[in-house]
Design a protein around this ligand. Structure first.
Ligand SMILES: Cc1cc2nc3c(=O)[nH]c(=O)nc-3n(C[C@H](O)[C@H](O)[C@H](O)COP(=O)(O)OP(=O)(O)OC[C@H]3O[C@@H](n4cnc5c(N)ncnc54)[C@H](O)[C@@H]3O)c2cc1C
Ligand code: SF4
Length: 487
């Protein structure tokens, strides 16, 4: 494990760069920034929580005592949710939600970046697939992604690790659909690599018992060991001093005391709920700040099979299906990505225990201004308003229910059961959307605020539209791109 240095409070009053948060967005940004910055650079990282080491998390799961339990704020205590039916999931503390994520890392498809041009819906992103491709590749190398040789999107090099093994059902679907049905690209390592164990498909990835999934803690990225970096724990950023076209200082509280530091440049990596709250607390008047909060809509489908035991597979989410994804239907309704779920799922019928396949159907969405983050009287606690997904996403669900039986006709299907949508996909998107100009978004393609030109607003808050794919590979690639092109 990398050593993680930290100081109890900032040693200087002015820095070259201040970064808020230590999740994927901040850490990948810092990785690229530090590769380019001079030896004289001084970087301050302010982290609201603390390091809660993986080994200590396992102790807590085993019911053993650990001094770390309770050190980090409970996520649900950090915001006010105005829609109890809708959940927003994340982890606070060093590494953010890398501690609890599941490691699904498909790339976006090129079409995801230009829905307006291709299908007349949503907006185009100001950055396109080809520009992001080298940064996707760098993130995949750092995370040691396991993935297949052929994918529905263009890749110039093979994935660092080979693909996970298919189940019986995966094999039949791949035989029929070729590159539209692939072993899932994933940060759940196919084999032992870089201090991580090989994934053994135990499907409890929230805290992986064998440390197989990539996390910031096990990443060996070296960012927080760099002598130019000071990491301060327990430092919750509340707002910035914004003047004219510049962000001048960062305000934070630590141990109940209000503190302030200034910097030449700043980067917010506190996720889409808190980045927006920080900007609003600071008086940002961009019309889109806080608006368009959303994520994908997901639901399970159970497929009961006649005399086909769905055995095999080597990880939790085993495969991705793109049969309902790309095409002219996106003019009318959302694309859908299929995830083949390989968690132990038994059919409660004698002799048919394994004659079942489960798929998570994940629908893209478009940002709605009625879904938003707003400030409250407590600067640390945003209010989260979510009125529901768009009709575009809901029409995607209705269409899938009609077309899925045909898609699965190559399997011996006995019955298909559609379950209710999940209350969350555990992704938090929008609120600081990326756009070509300030008239239709908050940040430019380098994640720099349209008005405050030394302020980076990182993470999936910048997503212009919500591809069905999991967001973290893309938000990490955007962080590398931002730091590479801006310094
Ligand atoms: C259960 C679960 C499973 C998931 N599975 C997947 C998956 O398989 N694939 C995928 O692509 N994505 C997945 N995600 C989503 C993924 O975890 C997020 O996209 C990703 O973590 C976002 O990274 P981030 O760095 O922007 O934010 P975060 O990971 O939320 O990190 C934010 C950081 O900022 C800190 N912070 C917050 N507020 C402040 C403040 N005011 N001052 C200072 N620091 C602050 C936090 O402590 C944290 O360190 C999953 C999420 C969850 C919850
Ligand atoms: S499936 Fe099991 S071994 Fe693989 S990442 Fe998840 S918890 Fe770890």
């Amino acid at each position: 494990m990398q050593r993680i240095f930290h100081t109890s409070q900032p040693m200087q009053t002015h820095y070259t760069l201040i970064v808020a948060g230590t999740g994927f967005a901040s850490t990948f940004f810092l990785k690229k920034y530090l590769s380019k910055a001079p030896a004289s650079a001084r970087v301050l990282v302010l982290e609201r929580g603390h390091l809660y080491p993986h080994a200590e998390r396992l102790k807590e799961l085993r019911g053993e005592k650990t001094a770390y339990a309770g050190l980090n704020p409970l996520p649900d205590d950090t915001f006010i949710n105005h829609n109890p039916k809708k959940e927003w999931k994340f982890t606070t503390g060093f590494g953010g939600s890398s501690n609890c994520w599941y490691g699904c890392t498909p790339r976006f498809l090129p079409a995801d970046f230009k829905l307006k041009t291709l299908y007349g819906v949503g907006s185009d992103w100001p950055i396109q697939y080809d520009e992001l491709d080298p940064y996707y590749e760098q993130v995949e190398q750092i995370m040691d992604i396991s993935g297949p040789a052929n994918t529905p999107y263009l890749r110039k090099k093979p994935y660092p690790l080979g693909p996970h093994a298919f189940t019986e059902v995966d094999r039949l679907l791949q035989a029929k659909y070729g590159n539209l049905y692939i072993s899932q690209p994933t940060a759940r390592a196919r084999q032992a690599v870089n201090g991580r164990a090989g994934c053994c498909a135990s499907a409890v990835c929230y805290t992986c018992p064998v440390n197989a999934k990539f996390t910031i803690e096990n990443s060996n990225m070296g960012v927080y060991d760099d002598p130019r970096v000071e990491l301060v724990y327990g430092a919750a950023v509340s707002h910035l001093d914004l003047q004219g076209s510049v962000a001048r200082a960062v305000h934070f509280t630590q141990g109940g005391k209000a503190r302030q530091v200034s910097a030449d440049a700043m980067a917010l990596g506190t996720n889409a709920l808190f980045n927006a709250n920080l900007l609003l607390n600071s008086g940002d008047t961009n019309a889109f700040t806080g608006k368009g909060l959303g994520e994908q809509l997901g639901m399970h489908v159970l497929v009961y099979l006649k005399n086909l035991a769905n055995v095999g597979g080597s990880t939790w989410v085993n495969a991705n299906g793109y049969m309902l994804y790309e095409g002219e239907h996106r003019r009318q309704h959302a694309a859908c990505l299929m995830e083949a779920n390989n968690a132990p799922y038994l059919r409660v019928e004698r002799g048919k225990w394994r004659d079942i396949a489960t798929f998570r159907m994940i629908f893209e969405d478009l940002p709605q201004d009625r879904n938003f983050v707003a400030t409250t009287s407590d600067p640390m606690v945003p209010a989260v308003h979510f009125d529901g997904p768009s009709d575009y996403a809901l029409r995607g669900v209705a269409s899938m229910k009609k077309t899925l039986p045909g898609i699965l006709s190559c399997l011996p299907v006995e019955k298909i059961e559609f379950q209710e949508p999940f209350p969350t996909e555990a992704h938090i998107l929008g609120t600081t959307r990326m756009s070509a100009s300030a008239s239709d978004g908050v940040v430019d393609k380098h994640l720099i605020h349209h008005q405050y030109r030394n302020l980076f607003v990182l993470g999936s808050g910048a997503f212009t539209t919500y591809s069905p794919n999991n967001p973290t590979l893309t938000l990490s690639a955007l962080s590398l791109h931002a730091a590479d092109k801006s310094f």
